[in-house]
Ligand binder design. Structure first.
Ligand code: BG6
Ligand code: MG
Length: 961
């Protein structure tokens, strides 16, 4: 979809003004007068867009009256006289909603307008409605064949001297839409009866605004469409995994890819609202008031996914029928999924269910499900039971800390039934958050309350296909929303409108990152990852991104450091507003972070919780949780990245700097000086197989950078004032500087590596060959003490520090990579991306490539066997980092710089990022690195600063070291 719109062609009746009633009334009166016959109103639609005489022929035919040509001409003429009387009083108040605004917009954009009405009264009406000046041309309907012939529209294009492909047409009648489409133009259906054939349909022209037109005219971004296709229905386990892979999300709602018709048994459809949680009790045998006393868990909210199908009272699902075939598609470039399930309900009786879904980006409360049902038999009795209900609850519990507890969290509050739809309200039992769900359908249903569910039934005899669209709206109290689901339901547009807008949105999303490599399989995997990442959060300043995004309940839906270190760079480089929202969440919850600092015995500053939803620490196991004080610097690191990429001082002054300062002060007071320097003791680094140590190199490296950045900002007077305003003094700044300058690190003499912490390298090395495959991940099979006393890593730790804050000494970097890689289990999905980046940077491409291929399989191939509980969002972000930090060697610290190495494992890799609001295109081919921007820009590549000439590729030879 990339139109260069030069002309807008309008139908009149039903688009600009509503004369349908007057036309039809005039026909009814005339036919009654002449033939004494009443014409049923149901024939009205047949005359829309049809010429005067033709309309009369159609109506007479419908009521079985024959008339000669002379009579027809006379009645037609008299009808018109009567019609003119009926519209005599028409003026601008009779314009339909949105017409004037749209005409003005088109004028401003220099888009020509023409009237292509079948009505000969066109010019008179344009004048009466006072819009004639907007029209460059009125086509005379008698000059050629009428609609559905494309003549009127083609003639307009010809006379306006524009190509048909550069025209959009507005129509309220099927004959008109067909005419526009056969003219090769883009057809916009208008009015309350959705026209299936239109390219897009809107109830009112108010929806055709500047953003919409821009969407239509978007330039091609050169990235081929990516579609994930699955045909596998071999096992129930695979279906559960596919529920995650085919989950849809928009940053607020996460809607898993269950089947509308259900599975017949063991259904557990899941829908999440980001940040909507319940409290769960924590029980410690040895409690401390400093431990979190309650946990938080993301709640499976009210369910709107069910549309159960019965044919001749026989349930159609995979338990009660034979599933003949299943085909699923995730159209990553359109933001929607499609599924075709073919069932045999009895011998040779085939029912095909086709389902399309989207979770709207533009209308963040909305889920649309569109069901199409076909039978190979005639006269099947079809019943669809569509529901909104309390969520189904799964039984059983698990020892696996990565999985969520399974208990009921919601209780019914109320329901509200209407002719056109229904709503249901529930609240969490302990946290007292409320959520509301509403549904309506494309067909009139009958809505009734059944226990605590609302059921809407649709019955029909199946001749051809039956099509039913369900609109589900969801809202929740924690997002401070005013609107009620009922008002959301009354404000809906037809499905095709949301589909079109969704396509626009995903077009912009792909345009913003344009990640491509020479490998198609890798492109699909990367686009799959980025689509999920994009949908996971960053759209609201009070919520963030969980370890599983909103694609599953794993890790209780908690937000960790994963967001800032692994995911945020994607947003910062392509959608900076979303990146700022992610950090705004940390600022919004800063009060809790200060309280947490006090619990850890530090009287100043803030300690970001290790895992949380509402901002309160929810980690019940402090050695691998609260002790990871590096999270403070991780957030500061991300703030700095956003600032360096945007130079947004407003963000910095209202959100970023205060967070950076409070988190730094905590670390300053948590640590201490002695004769060897500044130390952070009693901490856990990113590697959770090593806990409560002194001087974790990653933590110290990050804190050093963190402190230096605070000092750097505070050199500017306005930040200096802010620093004091937050409550700190010159002495504190001096201390931060001193701590940064004297931060303690140890280079091990024997191995010539950066020591992970003060005792790590003296521990016993765990021979990983002695750990059988079925004893992985180790955290589920070994006591923590066994793990902690060994040199064994769950994930990249020191190497992550070296990736984020590159070492000068490449030899130490190389030695460290191999030393730590050898003792890493990669039991954490956060591990391999980082080692891969390090490998690419050190020109160990085979190693880098291996990591790349591995991490792309984690979810798509369910390599870790728990993708059913949600996607591994940090790993997903890691795959993007592998491209940016690894292949392009991007570093965003004091400034933005690229350090690419010659590419050996791909023919090319390309991408696009945003720096200070300007796009920068990147392409690496073998030994050639090319950059292009639309404006004059200087970019650092290695040690050189390259000046880019606008819109021209600048090539830099990538040197071999
Ligand atoms: C179309 C109307 O715009 O014009 C039709 O939808 C009508 O219902 C046709 O028959 C011809 O109109 P008129 O004004 O020329 O009689
Ligand atoms: Mg019309």
């Amino acid at each position: 979809m990339s139109l260069k719109i030069q002309a807008a062609l309008f139908d009149l009746d039903g688009v600009l003004t509503s004369t349908t009633e007057q036309h039809f009334q005039a026909w009814q009166m005339k036919i009654k007068e002449v033939f004494n016959v009443d014409v049923d109103p149901k024939y009205e639609t047949l005359t829309r867009g049809v010429s005067r005489v033709e309309s009369l022929r159609i109506l007479l035919n419908a009521v079985n009256i024959q008339a000669d040509e002379q009579t027809i001409q006379t009645i037609a003429h008299e009808k018109n006289e009567l019609y003119k009387e009926l519209i005599e009083h028409f003026d601008e108040s009779h314009l339909l909603e949105g017409v004037t605004e749209l005409l003005q917009l088109l004028k401003r954009k220099g888009i020509k307008c023409a009237l292509c009405s079948a009505s000969k009264n066109g010019p008179t009406l344009l004048k009466a409605l006072k819009i004639e000046d907007y029209f460059d041309l009125v086509i005379d309907p008698s000059s050629g064949p009428g609609k559905p012939d494309p003549y009127l529209f083609l003639e307009a294009a010809r006379r306006l001297n524009v190509e048909p492909q550069a025209c959009i047409g507005f129509e309220d009648a099927i004959s008109g839409v067909k005419a526009i489409q056969s003219a090769g133009m883009f057809a916009i259906g208008v009015g309350f009866e959705p026209l299936d054939f239109a390219d897009v349909h809107v109830y009112s022209l108010t929806k055709i605004d500047a953003a919409f037109l821009e969407g239509l005219t978007r330039e091609d971004h050169g990235v081929p469409p990516q579609t994930l296709i699955h045909d596998d229905h071999s096992s129930f386990e695979q279906l559960k995994v596919d529920e995650t892979l085919f989950a849809l999300s928009n940053g607020v709602i996460g809607f898993k890819g269950s089947f509308a018709e259900g599975y017949g048994k063991d259904d557990l459809p899941q829908t999440f609202i980001n940040g909507f949680y319940n409290f769960i009790p924590y029980h410690y045998e040895e409690n401390s008031i400093h431990f979190p006393q309650v946990g938080q868990t993301m709640v499976n909210v009210l369910d709107g996914s069910a549309m159960h199908v019965f044919v001749n009272q026989h349930p159609v699902d995979l338990t009660h029928c034979r599933l003949v075939s299943l085909h699923r598609e995730y159209r990553l470039h359109e933001g929607c999924t499609q599924r075709v399930a073919v069932y045999e309900i009895e011998k040779n009786h085939i029912i095909t269910i086709k389902e399309e879904r989207l979770v709207s980006r533009s209308t963040p409360h909305l889920i649309v499900m569109s069901l199409n049902i076909e039978s190979n038999h005639q006269h099947d009795e079809l019943l669809i039971k569509s529901m909104i209900r309390l969520p189904q609850v799964k039984q059983g519990s698990s020892m696996d800390p990565r999985l969520a507890k399974s208990i009921s969290h919601l209780e019914f509050v109320s329901s509200n039934l209407h002719e056109e739809g229904a709503t249901l309200r529930a609240k969490t039992m302990a946290s007292h958050l409320e959520c509301e769900i509403g549904m309506t359908h494309s067909h009139k249903g009958n809505y009734r309350l059944e226990n605590e569910s609302v059921v809407a039934e649709f019955k029909t005899t199946l001749h051809q296909a039956f099509h039913l669209t369900k609109y589900v709206v969801l809202k929740a109290s924690h997002l401070d929303e005013e609107v009620s689901c009922l008002s959301l339901l009354s404000d809906l547009q037809p499905y095709s409108y949301y589909k079109t807008i969704q396509r626009f949105d995903f077009h912009s999303f792909v345009s913003a990152h344009r990640v491509m490599t020479s490998r198609e399989d890798i492109n699909l995997a990367l686009h799959f990852n980025l689509t999920h990442l994009y949908g996971s959060g960053g759209v609201h300043p009070h919520i963030q991104i969980g370890a599983k995004g909103i694609s599953g309940e794993g890790y209780e839906g908690h937000y960790f450091w994963d967001t800032e270190i692994y995911m945020l760079p994607f947003f910062a480089l392509t959608h900076p507003t979303q990146a700022k929202n992610l950090l705004a969440y940390r600022h919004h919850t800063l009060g809790f972070a200060k309280e947490e600092a006090r619990k850890l015995g530090v009287n100043r500053g803030a300690k970001i919780p290790w895992r949380t939803i509402n901002g309160q620490e929810a980690s019940p196991y402090y050695p691998a949780g609260s002790a990871q004080v590096h999270i403070n610097s991780d957030i500061a690191y991300a703030i700095n990245q956003v600032y360096v990429l945007t130079h947004d001082d407003h963000f910095m002054k209202t959100i970023g700097f205060e967070l950076m300062v409070e988190t730094a002060i905590f670390l300053l007071d948590y640590g201490h000086f002695n004769e060897t320097g500044f130390h952070l003791d009693g901490v856990t680094g990113p590697d959770e197989y090593t806990a409560i140590v002194n001087d974790n190199a990653y933590t110290n490296k990050m804190a050093q950078f963190h402190f230096n950045r605070v000092v750097h900002f505070a050199q500017r007077p306005e930040y200096r004032v802010l620093f004091e305003h937050i409550g700190y003094t010159q002495d504190d700044l001096d201390e931060l500087k001193k701590a940064a300058d004297h931060m303690y690190f140890m280079i091990d003499k024997q191995h010539h590596v950066l020591a992970q912490d003060s005792t790590f390298l003296s521990k016993k090395v765990l021979d990983l060959t002695t750990i059988p495959k079925d004893k992985r991940p180790m955290l589920l099979h070994y006591h923590p003490l066994f793990i902690y006393k060994h040199q064994v890593l769950k994930q990249a730790d020191t190497i992550l520090g070296c990736v984020l804050l590159p070492l000068e000494d490449q030899e130490v970097f190389k030695n460290s990579l191999h030393y730590y890689l050898n003792i890493t289990t990669h039991d954490s999905s956060l591990s391999k991306a980082i080692y891969g980046i390090a490998a690419y940077r050190l020109r160990e491409d085979t190693l880098g490539q291996e990591a790349f291929e591995d991490i792309l399989k984690i979810d798509l191939k369910n390599a870790r066997h728990h993708t059913q509980h949600g996607l591994h969002l940090a790993n997903i972000g890691g795959s993007y980092l592998l491209v940016m930090y690894g292949l392009f060697g991007l570093v965003i610290n004091e400034d933005v710089s690229f350090h690419p190495q010659p590419l050996t494992t791909f023919e090319f890799v390309s991408s696009r990022i945003q720096i200070q609001g300007q796009w920068l295109d990147l392409r690496l081919e073998r030994e050639m690195f090319s950059l292009r921007s639309e404006v004059l820009m200087s970019v650092r590549v290695g040690q050189d600063t390259i000046k880019l000439i606008p819109n021209t590729w600048t090539m830099v030879k990538v040197s071999k070291p």
